[in-house]
Design a protein around this ligand. Structure first.
Ligand code: X8Z
Ligand code: ZN
Length: 617
């Protein structure tokens, strides 16, 4: 969703509260906040801070509900009118958020309680896309967001054969086609959606940077990086450190996959000494590679089942898939989803109107009105995404009793990690327990299972890192609009070892063809989530008394693990994230050893397979 107050607290709260995945545009400048601290006589005191925070809390709650409704309707029914309404609501929220942040800064030198300081800081830092204090500019900023959202949401491509395809349909074909030319057409076809976004995006960057400057940040990237309970520069270093831990595993996976693709498509098409063409990895953005498992499956280690096939065999429809994921959460002790979840969510792509199909989870009222919005495909991949989305909803409900400032995840990676953590417990043992498969493959098939998982999880990690590496450079001015696309592909090659399969036009704007760029949703959160989810899984498995290898562990039905998880979720963002992390993992620092442990048998296997090969890109 776009969000509502892009305030951060709000932003966190708002943004995430609204949707598990979105953020964005808002505008005008509300110069008439009911909470104008300057009207309070100096010197300010802790009591003034209390009064300010309490007024702001009420305003935020009201703005959030109004904004969430406008955004929900827009994303479920994209028209010029709903775009205008959503953009007005976004503008109002952003203006209020900027005003709250400026007012909060007036308490910088005032002695306040630790809780007040945390709330004030949240007000100062949390806007995802701050507007300049000029109502014409804030209106413009909000409109840019809505316009780019509509371009993405309505995007389609008509093939040379005359077939009109939505992104959902193109993604489905990319997942299964093994035809080089067909894949290339789909890959280039979808990217026709974004050249027209480029001038809008460049203007959005200018305005949002002006907004960030007004709040005391050198640019919007610095503002985003300041949101992690540590100095902004340390956060950037922390990402590099974690990537350094995972990179050797990624490099071996890349090397093996490139060799297998070379065998399938020919080494003229997949050169063995350079990056992999980006259209061959089973996904529109080459971000998760699980869909090409069949091309790289280890001999003699295939687990012998495929979740997509099993869903079809057991006649699962979209609702049953969601119910299945809900059952996992209730098995841990969480209450079932409310009735309104089932009546108000969007589960399938409507035929008669444009909707934003990118999956998201929402809390409309910060209480029990939680929903998802997805155009569910009946595949194993989407079954995992449903768990991901429900993770957002169960988190939102767990922290609903926190003050609105803290109705957010401990850091934004946590929100993205919870449902994925649960999905790591969707093991063969669990699938048998719920009747989706008949027999549990023996341990000799583990390499196949690990390979499938690595194609999604390990392959994702450099992508999760580079999206914001690109945006940080754009926000700082290091990368200018003329260089948007070349800088994007430099990073894609550097981190992922993936390249554009054809020369890109001078007007191409390939980052815009990835939802989170036009939607302005920060992306480092997914990188963090991919590290965190393995740590959460390992820790919860320990609590559950698991004695098997962690890739075979499922915490299904374990109330102790569920209770510990809930304890962390209930905290929202009321404490620095390190404190929440400690509740489950016992540690205050993120660490990639859990993901390395999880994939250790596969890594050994990959190294053997790669012997004699020249790896690297
Ligand atoms: O956007 C999402 C979720 C919603 S928060 C479906 N994800 C990222 C993406 O699709 O790019 C989940 C994995 C990464
Ligand atoms: Zn998400």
């Amino acid at each position: 969703m776009k969000s509502i107050l892009k305030i951060t607290a709000i932003a966190s709260a708002l943004t995430l509260a609204l949707s598990g995945c979105n953020q964005e545009t808002d505008t005008t400048t509300n110069t008439q906040s009911a909470t104008n601290v300057s009207e309070v006589k100096a010197p300010l005191t802790s009591a003034d801070a209390e009064a300010f925070l309490s007024k702001v809390e009420k305003e935020i709650n009201a703005l959030n509900i109004e904004g969430a409704r406008a955004e929900w309707i827009y994303q479920n029914f994209i028209t010029e009118d709903t775009a205008a309404l959503s953009s007005e609501a976004a503008q109002k929220s952003t203006e209020a958020g900027v005003s709250f942040a400026m007012e909060a800064a007036k308490f910088d030198d005032v002695e306040v309680t630790a809780d007040q300081r945390r709330k004030l800081n949240i007000l100062k830092q949390s806007l995802v896309i701050p507007a300049p204090q000029d109502s014409a500019k804030s209106a413009e900023l909000a409109k840019l967001g809505a316009d780019m959202g509509a371009m993405y949401g309505k995007g389609t491509y008509t093939t040379k054969a005359g077939e009109d395809l939505s992104l959902v349909a193109m993604s489905r074909k990319m997942a299964t086609s093994r035809n080089y030319e067909e894949l290339l057409e789909l890959w280039t076809g979808w990217r026709e959606v974004s050249p027209e976004m480029k001038p809008l995006y460049a203007r959005q960057v200018e305005l949002a940077n002006e907004g960030a400057n007004g709040l005391g940040y050198k640019d919007l990237g610095a503002m985003w990086r300041s949101n992690y309970d540590m100095p902004a520069d340390d956060f950037a270093k922390e990402l590099d450190r974690l990537w350094g831990q995972v990179k050797p595993l990624y490099d071996d996976l890349h090397c093996y996959v490139r060799a297998e693709l070379g065998e399938h498509y020919g080494e003229d098409k997949v050169p063995q000494d350079g990056p992999i063409p980006a259209h061959l990895l089973g996904n529109m953005w080459a971000q998760q590679w699980g869909n090409i498992y069949d091309l790289v499956a280890p001999e003699n280690a295939d687990p012998g089942y495929d979740v997509t096939e099993q869903l079809a065999k057991h006649n699962y429809d979209e609702i049953q898939m969601v119910k299945g994921a809900e059952t996992f959460f209730t098995s841990l002790g969480f209450d079932p989803l409310p009735e309104t979840f089932w009546t108000r969510s969007l589960f399938t792509k409507p035929e008669d109107r444009d909707v934003m199909c990118h999956a998201s989870a929402w809390s409309l009222d910060g209480q029990d009105d939680i929903r998802i919005k997805m155009c569910i495909q009946k595949t194993g991949e989407e079954f995992a995404t449903i768990h991901h989305e429900l993770g957002h909803n169960f988190y939102q409900r767990a922290y609903k009793n926190q003050p609105v400032f803290y109705q957010a995840s401990a850091n934004d990676g946590f929100h993205e990690a919870i449902g994925d953590t649960i999905a790591l417990s969707v093991t063969p043992k669990y699938l048998k327990e719920i009747g989706l498969i008949d027999t549990i493959p023996d341990e000799s098939k583990d390499i196949g299972l690990l390979m499938k998982m690595a194609l999604d999880k390990v392959a994702f990690i450099p992508f999760g890192l580079l999206v914001d590496q690109w945006r940080w450079k754009v926000f700082s001015g290091e990368v200018t609009p003329e260089n948007y696309n070349t800088a994007w592909w430099e990073l894609r090659e550097k981190y992922q070892g993936v390249a554009a399969p054809v020369d890109r036009d001078a007007n191409a704007f390939d980052p815009g063809a990835k939802y989170h760029v036009p939607a302005n949703t920060p992306y480092s959160r997914y990188f963090l989530a991919h590290i965190q989810q393995f740590e959460f899984h390992r820790a919860l498995c320990e609590i559950a008394g698991n004695t098997e290898a962690i890739h075979r562990c499922s915490i299904y039905n374990n109330k102790e693990a569920g209770s510990k998880l809930n304890q962390m979720l209930e905290m929202g963002s009321s404490q620095p994230w390190q404190q929440a992390y400690k509740v489950v993992t016992g540690n205050e620092q993120m660490d990639a050893t859990a993901i390395l442990d999880y994939f250790a048998p596969l890594h050994t296997w990959l190294k053997e397979k790669n012997e004699g090969r020249t790896c690297g890109f």
